[in-house]
Design a protein around this ligand. Structure first.
Ligand code: AHG
Ligand code: MN
Ligand code: MN
Length: 339
């Protein structure tokens, strides 16, 4: 009989436990809880058409956006799993205006977008979950403070996403590189499929909602023109790829090389994506994979959040491409300042 060479994510985490800056197993247990919930959400996502969970929930979330039934279910599944596990002190979720206080004995804060790309749920297009883990700053046993929740991305101890795509993948980092796991449905386990993910220095994909072109800052418009120029030597013109699920767009670009931009505009200077549970975890991942993430000027992970649901412009992906986009943003800033 052929030997089973699958490395499950749980085995992988146990083997690497000493890589964590604190080898207590707490973070491993927290990851276990997130993974369990993601498998339940995966089941729901796969049955979505059959379970009467499509469509709108009939309310709007704190961002003023329509809430889908699956968003609500996913949020509940992750919070329930984290409550059962006991390691999590509080959860910041896209779906909840305030912090969910879970367990004062927990040492960790989890920030998450339980279902990302919700406009794609009803049409069987890839969606995802994004998570980010911090160690709390206040003493274990006390109430979680706002300072615990508003930590800069550089304080993350782990981050990752689950992509519910043509297969289901978990990609995460604890600050020692990025590893990807694919859900093997026949055994119900995530198995190592993409060890030590590194993103190409430069790719030929650019991802932006070009329907908003008229509203983009001049720097972004000029960068798009640059992407479209015919310069064979550096693979231009680049191809546009935009799914409208950040997780799926990010994952494709991480693997193939590319840049994802969600810029600010005059009307929405901070863009659309949320700093704490969308941009920071992806910034941590991309940097660990050799890429770059900024708001056009400043490193995403060095921004200090002032509000739980704060938004930020984001330029994220292959290092050379993000640096080039930043050059265009800088040129615009110098022009505005008469420099
Ligand atoms: P969510 O479904 O969690 O609200 O996130 C939607 C986000 C993100 O997934 C995606 O990249 C972006 O919105 C798409 O926005 P546009 O439709 O404005 O391009
Ligand atoms: Mn989202
Ligand atoms: Mn969401």
């Amino acid at each position: 009989m052929q030997e089973n060479t699958h490395t499950t994510v749980h085995q992988f985490i146990l083997d690497r436990q000493n890589d964590f800056s604190f080898a207590t197993g707490e973070l491993s247990r927290l990851m276990r809880d997130i993974i369990l919930a993601s498998r339940i959400v995966n089941r729901d996502v796969n049955k979505a058409g059959l379970m009467d969970i499509l469509g709108n929930y009939g309310s709007v979330n704190v961002q003023g956006e329509e809430v889908k039934k699956l968003d609500v279910r996913a949020n509940e599944e992750f919070i329930n799993a984290l409550k059962r596990g006991g390691e999590c002190a509080a959860v910041i979720s896209e779906e909840d205006e305030e912090t969910n206080h879970i367990n004062t004995r927990g040492a960790y804060i989890v920030a998450m977008d339980p279902l990302d790309g919700s406009s794609n749920i009803d049409v069987n297009v890839s969606i995802g979950t994004i998570f980010s883990i911090y160690r709390r700053l206040s003493p274990v046993g006390s109430e979680v403070t706002m300072e615990d929740c508003l930590q800069p991305g550089v304080n993350q101890v782990a981050a990752g996403y689950i992509l519910y795509g043509s297969s289901t993948m978990l990609v995460y980092t604890t600050g020692k590189g990025v590893n990807g796991f694919t859900l093997d449905l026949s055994i119900g386990e995530f198995c190592l499929s993409n060890p030590n993910v590194m993103t190409p220095e430069v790719g030929n994909l650019y991802s932006i909602n070009e329907g908003n072109y008229q509203k983009f800052p001049e720097g972004v418009k000029n960068y798009i023109k640059y992407c479209q120029e015919d310069v064979k030597a550096d693979k231009r013109p680049y191809s546009t790829r935009y799914i409208g699920s950040f997780v799926a767009d990010f994952h494709r670009n991480l693997m193939k090389g590319g840049i994802y931009i969600y810029p600010g505009t005059d009307k929405d200077p901070n863009g659309k994506l949320r700093l704490i549970y969308e941009c920071n975890p992806m910034a941590f991942l991309v940097e660990q994979a050799g890429g770059r993430a900024t708001d056009g000027h400043t490193r995403i992970m060095e921004l200090t959040p002032e509000k739980l649901h704060q938004r930020t412009p984001v330029f994220i992906g292959s290092k050379t491409m993000v640096l080039k986009a930043e050059e265009f943003m800088q040129a615009q800033a110098e022009q505005v300042n008469g420099g």
